[in-house]
Design a protein around this ligand. Structure first.
Ligand code: GTP
Ligand code: MG
Ligand code: ZN
Length: 222
């Protein structure tokens, strides 16, 4: 998968607005990470600029990932808690270009890897880090990866639902054992959605990813 990483304990999805978060990509990374047996955390960087993104992530992802951090590589806010969490694990930092993956690693481990700029016109990153690199520091093993936007979800459409922890806490109540929570009757996940217990954004993107994967399974990826 792109970027190429293997045998990791943990995936740290870094978000940092700007650039505008691509939640579809984030949901795909979560599916890949959980299906691969890795722990998954979201680190919302750039807390010095705004807390809006962090508020959204808390509201929509609290039941979907193992942990959520709000940090700033500029002010150093919560860098210590993130560091404590990373201890003893092999953790890959991933996410869009220019969210601050390399900046965070520099702050965490006093490194001086090259960081990039936001392109002013598009407010998107320019892929400053170009290949995955592993760094070792005492009890820490971290992988910096290039920002990416490729389709990284390789899970079969019908199995994607198993990697939505926010759904699986309700799916015992579905009438059908293999309910995909789309058009089946007596679906406890859709009921929870109606009651506001599941994020509508997460559910809508689930349908989008499901349909995308179905299409790929039928016609191939490209
Ligand atoms: N305000 C603010 N800016 C930050 C913070 N962290 C990083 N930046 C800025 O965000 C831009 C991108 O940082 P990088 O660390 O290069 O981002 P990256 O995720 O490694 O990007 P790629 O290597 O392209 O994938 C730089 O201009 C940083 O100075 C932060 O906590 N606050
Ligand atoms: Mg980088
Ligand atoms: Zn269901």
């Amino acid at each position: 998968m792109r970027p190429n990483v293997a045998n990791i304990d943990c995936v740290n999805i870094v978000i940092g607005a700007p650039p505008k978060p691509d939640y579809l990509l984030i949901d795909k990374i979560i599916i890949s990470a959980i299906s691969g047996g890795a722990e998954v955390v979201i680190t919302v960087n750039k807390s010095d600029l705004s807390t809006e993104t962090y508020d959204y992530v808390l509201k929509n992802y609290a039941n979907s990932v193992d942990k959520i951090f709000s940090v700033s590589s500029v002010t150093g806010e919560n860098i210590d808690s993130l560091k404590e969490f990373l201890k003893g694990k092999l953790c890959a930092f991933c996410g869009q270009s220019a969210v601050g993956k390399t900046s965070l690693l520099n702050k965490l481990f006093s490194m001086s890897e090259r960081v990039g700029n936001l392109s002013e016109k598009t407010m998107r990153g320019k892929h400053t880090t170009t290949s995955s690199e592993i760094h070792f520091y005492e009890d820490f093993k971290v992988i910096d990866t290039p920002g990416f936007s490729a389709n990284i979800c390789e899970v079969k459409a019908d199995e994607i639902k198993d990697y939505y922890r926010d759904f699986t806490e309700f799916s015992n109540g579905c009438y059908f054992l293999d309910c995909k929570h789309i058009s089946e009757p007596d679906c406890a996940v859709k009921q929870a959605l109606l009651e506001g217990k599941i994020s509508k954004d997460r559910y809508d993107r689930y349908i989008e990813i499901f349909n995308e994967r179905k299409k790929e399974e039928k016609y191939g990826k490209y």
